[in-house]
Design a protein around this ligand. Structure first.
Ligand SMILES: [Zn+2]
Length: 238
């Protein structure tokens, strides 16, 4: 009698250890996934980067336009001086000079229009960059706190995992080779759960009503019995 009582106790222990083991493994997987960072945060970082690049490009374009416009103003001024100086007297040359001044002025207006458009764009980009940067800063702060918590919990869970591994080895030594094999076999085939506790008159794993004859055997005999429905080893608490 004594031998199987011990086996039943060890099987229940194994069951408890493995349940915790599985919970910790699932939790560790989740933590590892979470430690990669949220997709929202990564998207926000990229957004800030993009706006920053757009702002830089708009500023450069605006400065180039302004420089071009200033150069043009200088050339217009020289041409106008030339026109006023009286050095050019040929009507055809005068006409050509005037026409060149007119087209330079019209080009300058175009450049100035574009420059103003870029300035408006720079202002708007600056505004949204500031806004997004503030949000990013908040998110980064929250993330660094979360990350520290993830790392701390990961360390703790790993220690628990190692502890359970050792506990499992100890308990498995208390089981006969046959019982251990049976347990592992059922665990592989039954979704990681080899043992079911008897809850009142129902199998704790598949929730099927267990016949009275089997109930009594599970409760009072030292035989190892399987749930007729799901096949798991049926055990009582005591
Ligand atoms: Zn069952």
């Amino acid at each position: 009698m004594g031998k199987n009582v011990e086996a039943k106790y060890a099987l229940l222990k194994m069951h408890e250890i493995d349940s915790m083991y599985d919970r910790i493994r699932r939790r560790l997987l989740l933590l590892r996934k979470e430690s990669e960072g949220s997709t929202d945060l990564i998207a926000l970082r990229e957004k800030v980067q993009t706006i920053d690049e757009e702002l830089h490009a708009a500023r450069t374009e605006q400065q180039d336009l302004e420089l071009e416009s200033r150069t043009l103003t200088e050339r217009i001024r020289e041409s106008e001086q030339n026109l006023m100086s009286g050095e050019v007297s040929n009507p055809r040359e005068l006409e050509a000079l005037q026409s060149s001044i007119d087209s330079m002025k019209s080009l300058r207006t175009e450049l100035e229009d574009k420059s103003v458009e870029r300035l408006v764009m720079v202002d708007s980009l600056q505004g949204s960059l500031q806004e997004k940067r503030a949000t990013l800063e908040e998110q980064e702060q929250l993330w660094s706190e979360r990350k520290a918590a993830i790392e701390a919990e990961t360390d703790r869970r790993k220690k628990e995992y190692v502890y359970l591994k050792r506990a499992r080895e100890k308990v498995s030594e208390q089981l006969s080779e046959d019982n251990l094999e049976l347990y592992e076999h059922l665990r592989r085939r039954k979704n990681g759960v080899a043992v079911a506790r008897l809850e009142e008159e129902v199998c704790g794993a598949c929730h099927t009503q267990v016949a009275v004859g089997i109930l009594n055997n599970v409760r009072y005999s030292d035989e190892l019995l399987n749930c007729p429905s799901c096949g798991r080893i049926l055990l009582t608490e005591e």
